[in-house]
Ligand binder design. Structure first.
Ligand SMILES: Nc1ncnc2c1ncn2[C@@H]1O[C@H](COP(=O)(O)OP(=O)(O)OP(=O)(O)O)[C@@H](O)[C@H]1O
Ligand SMILES: [Mg+2]
Length: 258
């Protein structure tokens, strides 16, 4: 009897020849990458390289003009953002995306609720309210914001706002989370705490994480593989040491190989 050929595990997230042209400008060009379940991938590249746009294409905020996006082997290219959230993809945004007048806990509950597939209507049945609230409390505890639960979110310090955004994505129980510069604007002292938080979310919750980050020491400290973007294209996607030794990458960053 023929033994089945062993196949590699289906990537949790994949793009195939993904492209985006806007008005004749190539914003994302022929990006094919496969992310393994449970992996932490760093995404680096100069300003304007297309990192945020890639996240927009992955999360469904923007539609590609070429190629496909797959979540766990399923083509989601035509799916709206909420459908991708329910398929297991969560994201935070590069700019703060919290409702400033709502309490911290309510912001997280709304995020959990929408990921659960519940309605956002305030008159929904209490029975459906609970799980989202439980998850919100768990997530706030997880990021260390439990004692700020009843503060209006707008009053949080900047570093705490980034933690809140992380709690919002954690409460959704996404398998894959996209973090777009979660350390942006964070004071030097707070960076280490956030790095540890991302590390533990990845290791203890077993999340797959895609992290766009400019601070190389952060990316090198966290990522198992690093994707390098340049002019919308994927220049390299490999383990950190291989990426750092890659001449094309060095040329793109420094103008010449080291
Ligand atoms: N909706 C849009 N219409 C036209 N051009 C766009 C649009 N969105 C992004 N761009 C352009 O696409 C390019 C990539 O932008 P993107 O924000 O993805 O870069 P990035 O790598 O995230 O940069 P940064 O590190 O500064 O955040 C930039 O040249 C940007 O001006
Ligand atoms: Mg960006």
């Amino acid at each position: 009897m023929a033994t089945p050929t062993p196949t590699l595990a289906t990537p949790i997230l994949a793009t195939r020849s993904l492209g985006l042209d806007i008005g004749g400008a190539r914003i994302v060009a022929d990006v094919s990458l496969e992310v393994r379940d449970g992996e932490l991938v760093g995404i680096i590249g100069p300003n304007g390289a297309g990192k945020t746009t890639l996240f927009n294409l992955l999360s469904g905020l923007m539609r590609p003009t070429a190629g496909t996006v797959e979540i766990d082997g399923r083509d989601v290219t035509a799916d709206a953002p909420f459908a991708r959230t329910r398929a297991g993809l969560g994201r935070t945004f590069q700019t703060s995306s919290v409702f400033p007048l709502l309490p911290v806990r309510e912001n997280v509950r709304l995020a959990a609720e929408s990921a659960l597939g519940g309605t956002l209507k305030l008159w929904r049945r209490a029975a459906r309210f609970r799980p989202a609230l439980d998850r919100a409390d768990w997530a706030l505890e997880r990021v260390g914001l439990a004692e700020r639960a009843f503060w209006p979110a707008g009053l949080l310090a900047h570093g705490d706002k980034r933690k809140l955004e992380l709690a919002m994505v954690l409460a959704g129980e996404s398998r894959v989370i996209l973090l777009d510069e979660p350390m942006a604007g964070i004071s030097h002292e707070d960076v280490d705490g956030l790095v540890e938080l991302i590390r533990s979310v990845h290791q203890e919750e077993g999340k797959t994480v895609l992290l766009v980050e400019h601070r190389m020491e952060v990316v090198l400290g966290l990522a198992q593989r690093i994707a390098v973007m340049h002019h919308g294209a994927l220049l390299a996607f490999d383990e950190p040491a291989a990426v750092m030794a890659n001449e094309t990458v060095q040329t793109a960053y420094l103008g010449e190989p080291l």
